[in-house]
Design a protein around this ligand. Sequence first.
Ligand SMILES: NC(=O)c1ccc[n+]([C@@H]2O[C@H](COP(=O)([O-])OP(=O)(O)OC[C@H]3O[C@@H](n4cnc5c(N)ncnc54)[C@H](OP(=O)(O)O)[C@@H]3O)[C@@H](O)[C@H]2O)c1
Length: 286
Amino acid sequence: MKTSLTYSGSYMESIYNNVETNINLAWWRYFPLFTGAMSYAKIILIVGAGPRLGAGIASKFREGGYKVALAARSLTTGLSAEGTLEIKVDLADPTSVPQMFETVKQFWGIPNVVVYNGANRLLTPPDDPFSASLETITASRTVGFDSAYVTAQEALRGFQQLSSFAAKAFIYTGNTLNQIAIPGVSPFAYGKVSAAMMIEYAANAYGGRRCKFYYVDERLEDGRPAGEDLDGVAHGKIYWELAHELVQSKWLVTFTKEGGRREFIGKDFDGYTREDHFLNMKGFGL
Ligand SMILES: NC(=O)c1ccc[n+]([C@@H]2O[C@H](COP(=O)([O-])OP(=O)(O)OC[C@H]3O[C@@H](n4cnc5c(N)ncnc54)[C@H](OP(=O)(O)O)[C@@H]3O)[C@@H](O)[C@H]2O)c1
Protein backbone atom coordinates (compact mmCIF):
# COMPACT_ATOMS: atom_id res chain seq x y z
CA MET A 1 0.00 0.00 0.00
CA LYS A 2 1.26 3.50 -0.83
CA THR A 3 1.85 5.70 2.16
CA SER A 4 3.32 8.82 0.58
CA LEU A 5 1.84 11.30 -1.89
CA THR A 6 3.56 10.82 -5.24
CA TYR A 7 2.39 11.50 -8.76
CA SER A 8 2.83 7.94 -9.99
CA GLY A 9 0.12 6.68 -12.33
CA SER A 10 -0.99 4.01 -9.91
CA TYR A 11 -1.52 6.46 -7.07
CA MET A 12 -3.50 8.83 -9.30
CA GLU A 13 -5.55 5.90 -10.57
CA SER A 14 -6.27 4.88 -7.00
CA ILE A 15 -7.64 8.38 -6.29
CA TYR A 16 -9.93 8.13 -9.32
CA ASN A 17 -11.06 4.58 -8.70
CA ASN A 18 -11.70 4.94 -4.99
CA VAL A 19 -15.37 5.91 -5.18
CA GLU A 20 -15.32 7.68 -1.85
CA THR A 21 -12.08 9.58 -2.37
CA ASN A 22 -12.36 12.86 -0.52
CA ILE A 23 -8.84 14.08 -1.10
CA ASN A 24 -8.17 17.25 -3.05
CA LEU A 25 -4.67 18.61 -3.28
CA ALA A 26 -5.95 22.05 -4.36
CA TRP A 27 -6.76 22.80 -0.71
CA TRP A 28 -6.70 26.59 -1.18
CA ARG A 29 -9.91 26.34 -3.18
CA TYR A 30 -11.63 25.40 0.09
CA PHE A 31 -10.36 28.39 2.03
CA PRO A 32 -13.51 30.44 1.25
CA LEU A 33 -15.44 27.78 3.15
CA PHE A 34 -14.07 29.15 6.37
CA THR A 35 -14.55 32.78 5.49
CA GLY A 36 -17.92 32.72 3.67
CA ALA A 37 -21.35 33.35 5.14
CA MET A 38 -22.27 30.54 7.52
CA SER A 39 -25.86 30.14 6.36
CA TYR A 40 -27.64 29.92 3.02
CA ALA A 41 -31.14 29.19 1.76
CA LYS A 42 -31.47 25.44 1.23
CA ILE A 43 -33.41 24.92 -2.00
CA ILE A 44 -33.62 21.77 -4.13
CA LEU A 45 -35.11 21.74 -7.64
CA ILE A 46 -36.13 18.29 -8.89
CA VAL A 47 -36.66 18.32 -12.65
CA GLY A 48 -38.87 15.53 -13.98
CA ALA A 49 -40.43 14.81 -10.61
CA GLY A 50 -42.96 12.01 -10.22
CA PRO A 51 -44.25 9.53 -7.65
CA ARG A 52 -41.16 7.32 -7.40
CA LEU A 53 -37.76 9.08 -7.47
CA GLY A 54 -39.15 12.60 -7.26
CA ALA A 55 -41.17 11.79 -4.15
CA GLY A 56 -38.34 9.89 -2.41
CA ILE A 57 -35.74 12.61 -3.03
CA ALA A 58 -38.17 15.42 -2.08
CA SER A 59 -39.06 13.70 1.20
CA LYS A 60 -35.40 13.29 2.26
CA PHE A 61 -34.49 16.91 1.51
CA ARG A 62 -37.69 18.25 3.13
CA GLU A 63 -36.75 16.37 6.32
CA GLY A 64 -33.31 17.99 6.09
CA GLY A 65 -34.80 21.49 6.12
CA TYR A 66 -34.85 22.16 2.37
CA LYS A 67 -37.50 24.03 0.42
CA VAL A 68 -38.54 21.71 -2.40
CA ALA A 69 -39.40 22.71 -5.97
CA LEU A 70 -40.75 20.03 -8.33
CA ALA A 71 -41.06 20.35 -12.11
CA ALA A 72 -43.06 18.11 -14.47
CA ARG A 73 -45.63 18.31 -17.27
CA SER A 74 -48.64 17.39 -15.13
CA LEU A 75 -48.04 20.05 -12.43
CA THR A 76 -49.64 23.49 -12.23
CA THR A 77 -47.24 26.28 -11.33
CA GLY A 78 -47.70 27.52 -7.78
CA LEU A 79 -47.33 26.56 -4.12
CA SER A 80 -49.05 23.37 -2.98
CA ALA A 81 -50.95 23.17 0.32
CA GLU A 82 -47.86 21.48 1.87
CA GLY A 83 -45.60 24.35 0.79
CA THR A 84 -43.93 22.61 -2.16
CA LEU A 85 -43.29 24.79 -5.21
CA GLU A 86 -44.70 23.01 -8.24
CA ILE A 87 -43.72 24.09 -11.76
CA LYS A 88 -45.24 23.04 -15.04
CA VAL A 89 -42.52 22.29 -17.60
CA ASP A 90 -42.14 20.12 -20.69
CA LEU A 91 -38.54 18.96 -21.12
CA ALA A 92 -39.26 18.21 -24.78
CA ASP A 93 -38.66 21.96 -25.15
CA PRO A 94 -35.19 22.89 -23.77
CA THR A 95 -35.97 26.61 -24.20
CA SER A 96 -38.48 26.34 -21.34
CA VAL A 97 -35.73 25.43 -18.84
CA PRO A 98 -34.47 28.98 -17.99
CA GLN A 99 -38.04 30.07 -17.08
CA MET A 100 -38.25 27.11 -14.66
CA PHE A 101 -35.18 28.46 -12.81
CA GLU A 102 -36.62 31.97 -12.92
CA THR A 103 -39.80 30.73 -11.25
CA VAL A 104 -37.80 29.12 -8.40
CA LYS A 105 -35.83 32.34 -8.02
CA GLN A 106 -38.98 34.49 -7.91
CA PHE A 107 -40.59 32.33 -5.21
CA TRP A 108 -37.57 31.42 -3.07
CA GLY A 109 -34.15 32.08 -4.58
CA ILE A 110 -31.40 30.15 -6.33
CA PRO A 111 -31.44 26.35 -5.88
CA ASN A 112 -28.19 24.95 -4.44
CA VAL A 113 -29.11 21.36 -5.37
CA VAL A 114 -30.55 20.47 -8.79
CA VAL A 115 -31.65 16.93 -9.72
CA TYR A 116 -32.48 15.89 -13.29
CA ASN A 117 -34.75 12.81 -13.68
CA GLY A 118 -36.27 13.54 -17.09
CA ALA A 119 -36.21 10.69 -19.63
CA ASN A 120 -38.08 9.64 -22.79
CA ARG A 121 -37.69 5.88 -23.04
CA LEU A 122 -38.15 5.24 -26.78
CA LEU A 123 -37.47 1.73 -28.11
CA THR A 124 -36.57 -0.25 -31.25
CA PRO A 125 -36.75 -3.94 -32.13
CA PRO A 126 -33.78 -5.51 -30.26
CA ASP A 127 -32.06 -6.66 -33.48
CA ASP A 128 -32.58 -3.42 -35.47
CA PRO A 129 -31.35 -0.28 -33.69
CA PHE A 130 -31.14 1.66 -36.97
CA SER A 131 -34.88 1.25 -37.57
CA ALA A 132 -35.39 4.33 -35.34
CA SER A 133 -36.04 7.50 -37.34
CA LEU A 134 -34.04 10.64 -36.65
CA GLU A 135 -37.25 12.10 -35.15
CA THR A 136 -37.31 9.26 -32.61
CA ILE A 137 -33.63 9.73 -31.74
CA THR A 138 -34.16 13.49 -31.40
CA ALA A 139 -37.27 13.11 -29.22
CA SER A 140 -35.48 10.79 -26.80
CA ARG A 141 -32.26 12.80 -26.78
CA THR A 142 -34.04 16.14 -26.26
CA VAL A 143 -35.46 15.05 -22.89
CA GLY A 144 -32.53 12.82 -21.88
CA PHE A 145 -29.73 15.19 -22.86
CA ASP A 146 -30.55 18.59 -24.45
CA SER A 147 -32.80 19.81 -21.63
CA ALA A 148 -30.41 18.27 -19.09
CA TYR A 149 -27.59 20.29 -20.63
CA VAL A 150 -29.51 23.57 -20.33
CA THR A 151 -30.55 22.59 -16.78
CA ALA A 152 -26.90 21.96 -15.85
CA GLN A 153 -25.87 25.30 -17.39
CA GLU A 154 -28.56 27.16 -15.44
CA ALA A 155 -27.70 25.25 -12.25
CA LEU A 156 -24.02 26.25 -12.55
CA ARG A 157 -24.95 29.87 -13.27
CA GLY A 158 -26.89 29.88 -10.01
CA PHE A 159 -24.19 28.04 -8.00
CA GLN A 160 -21.69 30.73 -8.98
CA GLN A 161 -23.91 33.38 -7.36
CA LEU A 162 -24.38 31.50 -4.09
CA SER A 163 -22.38 31.83 -0.88
CA SER A 164 -19.07 29.98 -0.87
CA PHE A 165 -20.43 28.10 2.15
CA ALA A 166 -23.40 26.59 0.28
CA ALA A 167 -23.45 22.91 -0.70
CA LYS A 168 -23.80 22.91 -4.49
CA ALA A 169 -24.58 19.85 -6.57
CA PHE A 170 -26.13 18.87 -9.90
CA ILE A 171 -27.21 15.22 -9.94
CA TYR A 172 -28.31 13.46 -13.14
CA THR A 173 -30.33 10.28 -12.68
CA GLY A 174 -28.73 7.79 -15.02
CA ASN A 175 -28.81 4.06 -15.56
CA THR A 176 -26.42 1.39 -16.82
CA LEU A 177 -26.77 2.49 -20.48
CA ASN A 178 -23.59 4.58 -20.36
CA GLN A 179 -21.73 1.28 -19.84
CA ILE A 180 -23.52 -1.27 -22.02
CA ALA A 181 -25.66 -1.36 -25.21
CA ILE A 182 -28.75 -3.22 -24.00
CA PRO A 183 -30.64 -4.33 -27.13
CA GLY A 184 -33.87 -2.48 -27.94
CA VAL A 185 -33.32 0.82 -26.09
CA SER A 186 -30.79 2.65 -28.29
CA PRO A 187 -32.76 5.96 -28.65
CA PHE A 188 -32.94 6.16 -24.85
CA ALA A 189 -29.28 5.08 -24.45
CA TYR A 190 -27.84 7.87 -26.62
CA GLY A 191 -29.17 10.47 -24.16
CA LYS A 192 -27.72 8.65 -21.15
CA VAL A 193 -24.28 8.26 -22.78
CA SER A 194 -24.19 11.97 -23.68
CA ALA A 195 -25.34 12.95 -20.21
CA ALA A 196 -22.63 10.82 -18.57
CA MET A 197 -19.99 12.53 -20.72
CA MET A 198 -21.46 15.94 -19.88
CA ILE A 199 -21.21 15.13 -16.16
CA GLU A 200 -17.59 13.96 -16.50
CA TYR A 201 -16.66 17.21 -18.26
CA ALA A 202 -18.48 19.25 -15.64
CA ALA A 203 -16.99 17.43 -12.64
CA ASN A 204 -13.47 17.84 -14.07
CA ALA A 205 -13.99 21.54 -14.81
CA TYR A 206 -16.08 22.75 -11.86
CA GLY A 207 -15.78 20.02 -9.17
CA GLY A 208 -12.57 21.54 -7.82
CA ARG A 209 -14.45 24.82 -7.37
CA ARG A 210 -17.05 23.15 -5.14
CA CYS A 211 -19.73 22.90 -7.83
CA LYS A 212 -20.22 19.13 -7.83
CA PHE A 213 -21.64 17.01 -10.68
CA TYR A 214 -22.73 13.36 -10.49
CA TYR A 215 -24.25 10.69 -12.75
CA VAL A 216 -26.10 8.24 -10.49
CA ASP A 217 -27.23 4.73 -11.38
CA GLU A 218 -28.98 2.29 -9.00
CA ARG A 219 -28.16 -1.40 -9.42
CA LEU A 220 -29.27 -4.67 -7.87
CA GLU A 221 -26.76 -6.38 -5.57
CA ASP A 222 -25.43 -8.49 -8.48
CA GLY A 223 -24.88 -5.42 -10.69
CA ARG A 224 -27.94 -5.81 -12.92
CA PRO A 225 -30.03 -2.63 -13.48
CA ALA A 226 -32.48 -1.77 -10.68
CA GLY A 227 -35.16 -1.41 -13.39
CA GLU A 228 -38.66 -1.63 -11.96
CA ASP A 229 -37.18 -2.14 -8.46
CA LEU A 230 -35.80 1.42 -8.51
CA ASP A 231 -36.10 2.80 -4.97
CA GLY A 232 -37.05 6.43 -4.27
CA VAL A 233 -36.00 6.36 -0.60
CA ALA A 234 -32.56 4.91 -1.44
CA HIS A 235 -32.12 7.65 -4.06
CA GLY A 236 -33.07 10.29 -1.48
CA LYS A 237 -30.40 8.97 0.89
CA ILE A 238 -27.54 8.87 -1.62
CA TYR A 239 -28.53 12.17 -3.27
CA TRP A 240 -28.43 13.79 0.17
CA GLU A 241 -24.93 12.38 0.79
CA LEU A 242 -23.62 13.51 -2.60
CA ALA A 243 -25.15 16.98 -2.29
CA HIS A 244 -23.39 17.51 1.03
CA GLU A 245 -19.97 16.01 0.26
CA LEU A 246 -17.33 18.64 0.98
CA VAL A 247 -15.26 17.57 -2.02
CA GLN A 248 -16.29 16.26 -5.45
CA SER A 249 -15.79 12.50 -5.42
CA LYS A 250 -15.88 10.31 -8.53
CA TRP A 251 -18.57 11.66 -10.88
CA LEU A 252 -19.87 8.20 -11.82
CA VAL A 253 -21.90 6.80 -8.92
CA THR A 254 -23.31 3.29 -8.96
CA PHE A 255 -25.07 2.14 -5.80
CA THR A 256 -27.42 -0.48 -4.39
CA LYS A 257 -30.40 -0.05 -2.09
CA GLU A 258 -28.84 -2.11 0.71
CA GLY A 259 -25.11 -1.70 0.09
CA GLY A 260 -24.81 1.99 -0.81
CA ARG A 261 -22.09 3.19 -3.17
CA ARG A 262 -20.26 0.41 -5.05
CA GLU A 263 -18.38 0.10 -8.34
CA PHE A 264 -19.97 -2.00 -11.10
CA ILE A 265 -19.40 -2.66 -14.78
CA GLY A 266 -22.34 -2.42 -17.20
CA LYS A 267 -24.77 -5.36 -17.10
CA ASP A 268 -28.09 -6.05 -18.80
CA PHE A 269 -31.23 -7.37 -17.12
CA ASP A 270 -29.98 -10.99 -17.48
CA GLY A 271 -26.55 -10.14 -16.05
CA TYR A 272 -24.74 -10.19 -19.41
CA THR A 273 -21.89 -7.71 -20.07
CA ARG A 274 -20.91 -5.86 -23.26
CA GLU A 275 -18.27 -8.57 -23.89
CA ASP A 276 -21.01 -11.23 -23.70
CA HIS A 277 -23.03 -9.36 -26.35
CA PHE A 278 -19.96 -9.08 -28.61
CA LEU A 279 -19.26 -12.81 -28.29
CA ASN A 280 -22.93 -13.54 -28.99
CA MET A 281 -22.57 -11.66 -32.30
CA LYS A 282 -19.56 -13.92 -33.06
CA GLY A 283 -21.81 -16.93 -32.64
CA PHE A 284 -20.79 -18.05 -29.16
CA GLY A 285 -24.32 -17.42 -27.81
CA LEU A 286 -25.40 -15.84 -24.58
N1 LIG B 1 -31.05 2.65 -12.62
C1 LIG B 1 -32.09 2.09 -13.20
O1 LIG B 1 -32.15 0.88 -13.42
C2 LIG B 1 -33.28 2.93 -13.57
C3 LIG B 1 -34.54 2.30 -13.68
C4 LIG B 1 -35.64 3.07 -14.00
C5 LIG B 1 -35.52 4.44 -14.21
N2 LIG B 1 -34.28 5.02 -14.10
C6 LIG B 1 -34.16 6.47 -14.33
O2 LIG B 1 -34.91 7.14 -13.33
C7 LIG B 1 -35.48 8.33 -13.87
C8 LIG B 1 -37.00 8.38 -13.66
O3 LIG B 1 -37.38 7.58 -12.60
P1 LIG B 1 -38.89 7.55 -12.07
O4 LIG B 1 -39.85 7.38 -13.21
O5 LIG B 1 -38.95 6.62 -10.92
O6 LIG B 1 -39.00 9.05 -11.52
P2 LIG B 1 -40.25 9.83 -10.98
O7 LIG B 1 -39.72 11.01 -10.24
O8 LIG B 1 -41.20 8.95 -10.26
O9 LIG B 1 -40.98 10.28 -12.36
C9 LIG B 1 -40.31 11.03 -13.33
C10 LIG B 1 -41.26 12.08 -13.83
O10 LIG B 1 -40.65 12.78 -14.91
C11 LIG B 1 -41.68 13.49 -15.54
N3 LIG B 1 -41.37 13.68 -16.94
C12 LIG B 1 -41.23 12.75 -17.92
N4 LIG B 1 -41.08 13.33 -19.11
C13 LIG B 1 -41.10 14.68 -18.88
C14 LIG B 1 -41.03 15.81 -19.72
N5 LIG B 1 -40.92 15.71 -21.05
N6 LIG B 1 -41.08 17.03 -19.14
C15 LIG B 1 -41.23 17.18 -17.81
N7 LIG B 1 -41.33 16.13 -16.98
C16 LIG B 1 -41.28 14.90 -17.51
C17 LIG B 1 -42.96 12.66 -15.41
O11 LIG B 1 -44.00 13.48 -14.89
P3 LIG B 1 -45.08 14.14 -15.91
O12 LIG B 1 -45.70 13.00 -16.65
O13 LIG B 1 -46.01 14.86 -15.02
O14 LIG B 1 -44.31 15.06 -16.80
C18 LIG B 1 -42.57 11.56 -14.39
O15 LIG B 1 -43.55 11.38 -13.41
C19 LIG B 1 -35.13 8.33 -15.35
O16 LIG B 1 -34.04 9.17 -15.57
C20 LIG B 1 -34.79 6.89 -15.64
O17 LIG B 1 -33.91 6.74 -16.74
C21 LIG B 1 -33.17 4.31 -13.78
